[in-house]
Design a binder for this molecule. Structure first.
Ligand SMILES: CC(C)(COP(=O)(O)OP(=O)(O)OC[C@H]1O[C@@H](n2cnc3c(N)ncnc32)[C@H](O)[C@@H]1OP(=O)(O)O)[C@@H](O)C(=O)NCCC(=O)NCCS
Length: 169
């Protein structure tokens, strides 16, 4: 039997060619659990908050502010998800123009499913929805600073942020 991780890569590579189905069911590399990936499957605010909490990323997201979570989901235009037996176990939430830039705001995998390739596949699925000029842009959470370089991301020496309500100097 083919290694399951390889099967996952093949699925997403077909997506790059434009022939991806809206959902794909693949085996993860443990083989025992079926992980289903989707890029067009809506999720509720409660499910979003729950997977953020289960991943620990919830510590750094405004879980107490339901209106903000609703806006985060409602205005994101690329949402890739991973499901295990009907349970949302991973999410990659992005805001993008699909052609030039894609801000990957939240990548989170349920702690019970971490380090099994789900985060990698969610990023790969996100990439597969973008045109060839587009770049992923993100701010790594402290727990994930060593994760992105491992996957081939390059550190940008001049990234800048400012809060919307902070007056300009
Ligand atoms: C960071 C996170 C998204 C990674 O997802 P994941 O499914 O666990 O990671 P993957 O299985 O795709 O890991 C791919 C590789 O990176 C490694 N890796 C995973 N998490 C890592 C971390 N935090 N730091 C360094 N390396 C890590 C894996 O061991 C794996 O290595 P391998 O290819 O040699 O086997 C997930 O652990 C998570 O949700 N963490 C908590 C929330 C968070 O910090 N999110 C990031 C917000 S910017």
């Amino acid at each position: 039997m083919r290694p399951a991780r390889q099967t996952a890569r093949e699925v997403i590579c077909r997506g790059r060619g434009g022939a991806v189905a809206s959902r794909e069911t693949i085996c993860d590399d443990v083989g025992a659990m079926i992980i289903e990936y989707a890029f067009d499957r809506p999720i509720s605010v409660d499910a979003f908050a729950d997977v953020l909490r289960r991943s620990t990323l919830g510590e750094r997201r405004p879980l107490e502010d339901r209106a903000c979570l609703e806006a985060m989901l409602g205005h994101a235009n690329l949402l890739c998800t991973a499901w295990a037996d009907g349970l949302l176990v991973g999410v990659a939430r992005s805001v993008t123009d699909f052609a030039y830039c894609c801000y990957l705001s939240d990548l989170a995998v349920d702690e019970r499913h971490q380090r099994r390739g789900i985060g990698r596949e969610l990023i790969r699925l996100t990439q597969s929805r973008l045109g060839p000029r587009a770049k992923l842009i993100l701010l790594a959470a402290p727990k994930a600073v060593d994760y992105y370089p491992r996957l081939g991301f390059e550190r940008h020496p001049s990234a800048w942020t400012i809060a919307a309500d902070r007056p300009l100097a």
